[in-house]
Ligand binder design. Structure first.
Ligand code: ATP
Length: 212
């Protein structure tokens, strides 16, 4: 029986094919009972406003995963009335899950390289395991020394790994060259985004006139 919860946070502005691929890989490679996509709330500085507001970004994630087994949406960072820190979201989830249920946080290799800039980053390991989606050319030598130390000590490749927290595992999926930035630019220019964004999300974007 599948156990464990995966957390995949992002701006999802909009959610696209690479995000879905990552979420599915996390679910399937670790055989998790559930993977929650967690859209970030709106930033506090107007200059950093995303292309679509949090309510739209949340609705697009819901449309993207409708009917998809064991993928769900978690809206807690959208509802939080202040900046959301990952470590706080993990603390809330850990309190809900109890101490023994495996919890996995998915991050990209790019995020791993700056992990030591996250608020209370070393507390993450007491709360969750880390699944890292690596890009080609990844090298441990490029990591800050403190992060590299965790990478070396905590890494596991065995399957199944049922640790509640504290381990690190790389996902093995090959990269896809898709980014939300490129998709927004394409939509703004009136170009097609078929295949890059799920059809249900494209329909939502058209219905609400987003990214014009
Ligand atoms: P933007 O282009 O606006 O920065 P994005 O496509 O990177 O957006 P985010 O919502 O910021 O989307 O991404 C959430 C997470 O998914 C991040 O950790 C990011 O590294 C990862 N991610 C996004 N696109 C890809 C991709 N093509 N391959 C691997 N990881 C990706």
């Amino acid at each position: 029986m599948s156990v464990g919860l995966g957390l995949f946070g992002g701006t999802f502005d909009p959610i696209h094919a690479a995000h879905l691929r990552l979420a599915r890989a996390l679910r399937d490679e670790l055989d998790l009972a559930e993977v929650r996509l967690t859209p970030a709330g709106d930033p506090y500085h107007r200059s950093e406003q995303p292309g679509a507001n949090a309510a739209h970004r949340l609705a697009m994630v819901e449309a993207a995963i409708a009917g998809e087994p064991r993928l769900t949406v978690d809206d807690r960072e959208v509802r939080r009335q202040r900046p959301a820190y990952t470590v706080e979201t993990l603390e809330e989830l850990r309190a809900e899950l109890g101490p023994t249920e495996p919890l996995w946080l998915l991050i990209g290799g790019d995020s791993l390289a700056t992990l030591d800039s996250w608020w209370r980053w070393e507390d993450l390991f007491g709360l969750a395991n880390l699944a890292v989606a690596l890009r080609p050319g990844f090298s441990v030598d490029a990591l800050p020394a403190a992060v590299a130390r965790h990478w070396q000590v905590r890494q596991v490749t065995d399957f199944p790994n049922q640790a509640a927290s504290g381990t690190i595992r790389a996902l093995t999926l090959p990269p896809v060259d898709v980014s939300a930035t490129a998709i927004r630019a394409r939509l703004q220019a009136g170009g097609p985004a078929d295949g890059l964004v799920p059809d249900a999300v494209l329909a939502y974007i058209a219905r609400h006139g987003l990214y014009r």
